[in-house]
Design a protein around this ligand. Structure first.
Ligand code: GAL
Length: 900
């Protein structure tokens, strides 16, 4: 292993090191990669991760991808003695060693260099004909959509092999430094080579991970980085995406440095007057000399943008360490923040944050600096009263969300994520469950900044599979590394309040075996973080099952409101586990398509969807009266009632906040889900207002449905429902009262089910406690005539990443939305930007997301526009459609750093 440590120490000692070279450089290497899909035809070496997967394909490819209990089988049955030895995994497993606690179980790298002989791995390989891409990159989102088979994985080509190559220029002055590659997420089974030498890798596609490039780097020249991904088919119950879909960094440090995710900050005593801050720092000594190291930490407040503001408000008492060569050592220290500004969720609290800046010095020279943003807050989980943050009871008004960003696919984009969270916050949502995997680090940066409470989830499967080739195949080898890596990455984030070790895992049904896994994973969490509880989300567990007892908080999916004919189970669990808080870890699974109203409308407040119940099977749409749900679910109304009836329950996480790619229940032929409160394009379904009315009771609002443009329905009964944060309302049709209605106990909407359709104006006036509260109107629109373009932001950064989301509405002459318009619209862009994707939120649409031609779906289209990097100016977006007046808008792009 060549480390050039002597040279480095010499340079450091003589003070020749430029300030910019010290101590830690984190460089984005997202730009300018080469990419190709598939292995080369002339490749004679096998790059198979593990023969177990091949065997699994052979044995179970035909098995139904189904999460139901009887179809769940243990992966262990795929492992038999007669299998050929694993091909490449022995070289990959050592990458996870820092996350294996028992040193005797860590992996040793075998001799040899898998990939020798694989053309793409060879230094000097000519990749100039490959496609040039920037990361984050999702190879599947460009389609084409796949019309064969099931829609579970989103009908997009995520499975397969993909290769990425990049030239890294490493200056000669980097000799002696430790150089790492940090990958925030690559889907999946990543293997990394540098200059033809296999470095390591990580199979779990949602994990963030690091490989140490140091032994393979050639300072003073170009280094060739090659990454191969191998995404199995039938590996997910939703759209996983494919590719290096999150950010990638090159990290350079001195040989003595804070290790990966090497700090842990906790605040064991917090009052308004003072907070005790405990800091634990792990320092690695990658050199061949023993190191005498001193550590100093200062704490600064962060402003709302995450920038340091003002001078240090506290210090952690200096610490010192002696670290043997090639070893790590841990230092612990304490400090006090006086009059701390606490972190808490809006609207009643503020998400104030601090940053701890740790300076590591060796022989009087700065060897490393490391920043740890954190928050000061208290959490209490009371089995009878719910969740408390800083002493205030906060009901979890949460949603579950998957990681995809709709038309952008899995490719991480900060602004797209921020938009998702902003809309959820506007609805009154204060909590997110990262279903069912570790999120992007940027997601937690946003939830920390914005003040969401996060249930951070690691796994959807343990050893029992849900789909034939999902991550159950690697779970036996990787569960500890994946879990500890996830916890170490996220445990300083104040928004994380709860760790979920699994979702609806098959181990719910396996008695003692399953409970053993639950206990093992829960123990790992407690070892890594003693400040937050564990949970697992269970949809079939009985109070007498062994699994719920292994976690701190009982997470019930759907069981609170009751599944099918099984009545709600909160009381049984509460009685059986009087010391454990219960949460509705997944609720509702209500289904709808934005702007679709299907008659007749059920008289019930909750009905399972079916061909005669809220569905229009021919068009694969579900009614937006927001009363229908998956067979095992419940309407929002029914869930609200069950939550209110059991106030000891901490709150709920609705399935889902946003529609997502894949799992298009109840129409498998579609591409995306129907369960979102917000559709895939980011347009609000009516359900948005049902939640807003309930979750923001002090925000005056009223919302009418359906639309009131029904040529041909004259004289027919057309129920009108109103979602309002008021408690009473009077509906008028063309000025004539349809009666005044009041919400009864357990009712969350006002319904006028006998209204006879006549074109004109519907108006509702709502009241709260007898006083006027809010009003809304809905008018009959004329023929589609114009196109209205509205960017969510008319000024964005010219950095090639920032986005403007432009809503295109088909209106009549007077500007009223034509609610059923499905005109085909063509988009053109000129100037300083480009169209990244378009969508319309229709789960049945198989039009490519990159197309500049798209049909409106119930009046709306979305155009996602990006500014060209480094070219500030004006973007002109034009929309044309036959027979409609042209629509335009302009967006300014300004130099990076100019906004926020
Ligand atoms: C739940 C499951 C989710 C999703 C949902 C569909 O049981 O946890 O991942 O599959 O059903 O409605």
């Amino acid at each position: 292993m060549i480390r050039f440590h002597f040279l480095w120490l010499f340079i450091a000692a003589t003070g020749l090191v430029a300030a910019a070279d010290l101590p830690r450089e984190r460089i984005s290497i997202d730009e300018n990669w080469r990419f190709i899909k598939g292995d080369p035809t002339n490749c004679t070496v096998s790059l198979l991760y593990d023969s177990r997967r091949d065997e699994a394909i052979r044995r179970v490819a035909e098995a139904e991808a189904d999460g139901n209990p009887t179809a769940n089988q243990s992966a262990a049955s795929n492992q038999t003695a007669d299998l050929p030895p694993a091909v490449i995994k022995q070289w990959i497993l050592p990458t996870g060693n820092p996350f294996i606690k028992d040193a005797s179980r860590r992996w040793t790298r075998p001799a040899g260099n898998p990939g020798d002989g694989a053309p793409y791995v060879q230094p000097g390989f000519d990749d100039s004909s490959w496609r040039r891409v920037d990361l984050p990159h999702d190879w599947a989102i460009e389609g084409p959509f796949i019309t064969e088979g099931g829609g579970g994985m989103g009908r997009l080509p995520s499975p397969g092999v993909g290769w990425y190559r990049k030239k890294l220029s490493i200056p000669a002055g980097d000799a002696g430094k430790s150089i790492f590659l940090d990958v925030d997420g690559a889907m999946s089974y990543a293997v990394v080579w540098l200059n033809g030498r296999l470095v390591g890798g990580w199979p779990f596609g949602y994990a963030s991970w690091r490989v140490d490039l140091t032994p393979y780097v050639k300072p003073g020249g170009e280094n060739e980085l090659t990454i191969r991904l191998d995404n199995p088919p039938q590996s997910s119950r939703w759209y996983p995406g494919g590719g290096i879909y999150r950010n990638v960094w090159l990290l350079k440090t001195g040989p003595v440095h804070v290790c990966h995710w090497g700090t842990q900050l906790t605040t064991p005593e917090v009052s308004r007057e003072r907070a005790t801050v405990n800091l634990k720092v792990t320092v690695d000594n990658d050199s061949k000399q023993s190191g005498n190291v001193s550590l100093k930490t200062e704490i600064f407040p962060l402003n709302a943008n995450g920038k340091r503001s003002g001078s240090a408000v506290a210090n952690i008492a200096p610490m010192s360490l002696k670290i043997s060569p090639g070893e790590s050592a841990v230092a612990e220290g304490v400090g006090t923040v006086v009059n701390p500004k606490l972190w808490g969720p809006p609207p009643t609290q503020r998400p104030n944050r601090y940053v701890a800046v740790t300076t590591v010095s060796q022989d009087g020279n700065v060897a490393d600096t490391y920043e740890t943003p954190f928050g000061i807050r208290t959490l209490k989980f009371d089995p009878n009263q719910g969740v408390f943050v800083n002493g205030e009871r906060i009901e979890l008004k949460g949603v579950c969300d998957h990681h995809d960003l709709g038309a952008l696919g899995a490719a991480l984009n900060d602004r797209a994520l921020q938009r998702q969270l902003e809309m959820l916050m506007d609805m009154g949502c204060n909590a997110i469950r990262t279903s069912h995997n570790p999120p992007a680090p940027e997601f937690l940066e946003l939830t920390d900044k914005m003040g969401f409470l996060v249930m951070d989830e690691t796994f959807d499967v343990w050893v029992r599979k849900k789909t034939p080739l999902d991550f159950h195949l690697i779970f036996p080898d990787w569960h500890e590394q994946d879990l500890r890596a996830h916890l170490r990455r996220d445990r300083n984030c104040p928004s994380v309040i709860l760790w979920s070790i699994g979702n609806e895992v098959g181990e719910q049904f396996t008695g003692a075996d399953g409970a053993e896994w639950g206990r093992k994973l829960s123990n790992i969490v407690h070892e890594e973080d003693s400040t937050r509880p564990t949970t697992t989300a269970m949809n079939w567990a009985q109070p007498t099952n062994l699994l719920p007892a292994t976690v701190d908080i009982v997470g019930l999916n759907y069981q609170g409101a009751g599944i099918r004919t099984t009545p709600g189970r909160y009381p049984e669990f509460h009685e059986k586990f009087p010391d454990k808080l219960i949460i509705g870890s997944e609720t509702a699974s209500a289904l709808s398509s934005r702007g679709e109203y299907i008659f007749p409308v059920t008289a019930s407040n909750s009905a399972a969807v079916g061909s005669k119940s809220g569905e229009e099977p021919g068009r694969r749409q579900v009614s937006a009266y927001e009363l229908y749900h998956a067979a095992f679910g419940a309407s929002a109304d029914k869930v609200f009632a069950s939550q209110e009836k059991h106030p000891y329950v901490g709150g709920e996480f609705v399935w889902t906040g946003w529609d997502y790619l894949g799992e298009p229940t109840p129409f498998d032929a579609s591409r995306s889900s129907y369960s979102g409160i917000i559709d895939l394009a980011g347009f609000k379904k009516d359900r948005f207002y049902l939640y807003q009315a309930h979750w923001r009771p002090d925000f005056p609002m009223a919302h009418i449905l359906p639309h009131w443009t029904w040529p041909g329905r004259e004289g027919q009964i057309t129920p009108v429902h109103v979602f309002t944060s008021g408690d009473e309302g009077e509906l008028f049709l063309n000025g004539k009262s349809q009666g005044r209605k009041k919400k009864g106990a357990g009712e969350y909407r006002l319904r006028w089910d006998d209204v006879v359709y006549t074109p004109g104006t519907l108006k509702v006036v709502t009241y709260k406690n007898g006083a006027k509260w809010a009003a809304a109107e809905m008018k009959t629109a004329g023929q589609p005539s114009r196109l209205k373009l509205e960017p969510d932001r008319d000024k964005i950064r010219a950095d090639g990443r920032d986005l403007s989301f432009v809503t295109v509405t088909v209106t009549d002459k007077a500007g009223l939305t034509s609610p059923r318009a499905d005109n085909r619209i063509h988009f053109e862009i000129h100037g300083a930007g480009e169209i990244v994707a378009t969508d319309n939120g229709d789960p049945t649409s198989l039009e490519p997301f990159q197309s500049c031609d798209r049909k409106a779906f119930n009046a709306l289209c979305l155009v996602i526009v990006r500014g060209k990097s480094g070219q500030p100016g004006t973007i002109q977006l034009t929309a044309r459609s036959d027979g409609l007046e042209i629509g335009t808008t302009s967006i300014k792009t300004i130099r990076a750093g100019g906004i926020r």
